[in-house]
Ligand binder design. Structure first.
Ligand code: ZN
Length: 285
């Protein structure tokens, strides 16, 4: 059992990020690209205990796409196979900054959507998110009853979230996803995660992911600190960065489940995860 302030930590939400925008078939044959492949990997993760899936869509050539038809296809296949799983879509502007494109997927009324709180200089494409873009995406989510998952890459992003909550653009309690270890991002030492968590507004929920080789240490730290975890090929294409053993989504989720059991956190079901995250809506059909 993990104790936080002398109290048993609650159940652990495991989020799968199966695809992302960057991994290609050339990088790893294990990255799911088509709606069927994404739904299959999600279903395997769901059976192991994942209660949230963070989705990116790809076109027929394997390139990132914003088109809601593709997202719609993925979401309906997943909802068929994984009742009640929490669907969190990406509104990333890493490849395409057009606000209309980025918000198109919100018309499908997923449970949650990612919302980055600032810019990041990734090694391949920068992710640009102006204050105006963030406000407009937040309003589009609020109008549709979609809970934002606030993506945090460095401490200034948390200040932005607090400011937007004060101004009424974000409804509390907030949910944060803390992503550590990318180039241009917060490093992924334990102290970095602890600092981010300390900086969150009281009453918030949070999950964390270590990018690339930092995945395992951040997963362990998040489990021990009472947070939640995200894992998947979007964040780490290797299972072991020393041996270059390629990851599968199933293998990464299995490892997170194993670590949670060893360290003493029970895994949340989708219904329990909805409760923890304060999601008002039930799963859509
Ligand atoms: Zn993503």
């Amino acid at each position: 059992m993990v104790y936080i302030n002398g109290q048993p930590a609650g159940k652990l939400i495991i989020q799968l990020a199966p695809t992302g925008m960057i991994p290609s078939r050339g990088d790893t044959p294990n990255v799911p690209i088509t709606p069927e492949e994404i739904a299959k990997d999600t279903n395997e993760a769901y059976r192991l205990g994942a209660s949230v899936v963070h989705l990116h869509a790809r076109d027929g050539e394997g390139r990132p796409t914003y088109l809601k038809e593709v997202y719609g296809n993925i979401i309906s296949l997943i909802r068929e196979k994984c009742p009640n799983i929490i669907i969190c879509v990406s509104t990333s502007g890493r490849m395409d900054m057009d606000i209309g494109h980025r918000s198109e997927v919100l018309s499908l009324r997923p449970d949650m959507a990612s919302l980055m709180m600032g810019h990041v200089n990734f090694s391949i494409n920068p992710s640009i998110n102006t204050m105006d873009t963030i406000r407009r995406l937040a309003c589009a989510m609020n109008d549709r009853g979609i809970k934002p998952e606030l993506e945090i890459f460095e401490p200034g992003f948390i200040n932005t979230a607090k400011y937007l909550a004060r101004k009424g653009y974000l409804k509390t309690p907030l949910h944060f996803n803390l992503l550590l270890g990318s180039l241009g991002d917060m490093p992924a030492d334990f102290r970095d995660l602890a600092y981010l968590v300390e900086s969150l507004p009281p009453g918030s929920t949070w999950s964390a992911a270590g990018i690339g080789r930092f995945q395992t240490q951040i997963t362990a730290a998040a489990i021990l600190m009472g947070g939640h975890v995200r894992t998947g090929i979007e964040d780490s294409i290797y299972y072991n960065y020393e041996t270059r053993e390629l990851a599968t989504n199933k293998g990464l989720v299995e490892r997170a489940v194993r670590m949670a059991h060893e360290l003493g956190r029970d895994i949340a079901t989708p219904a329990e995860a909805r409760e923890i995250l304060g999601l008002e809506r039930k799963a859509q059909k």
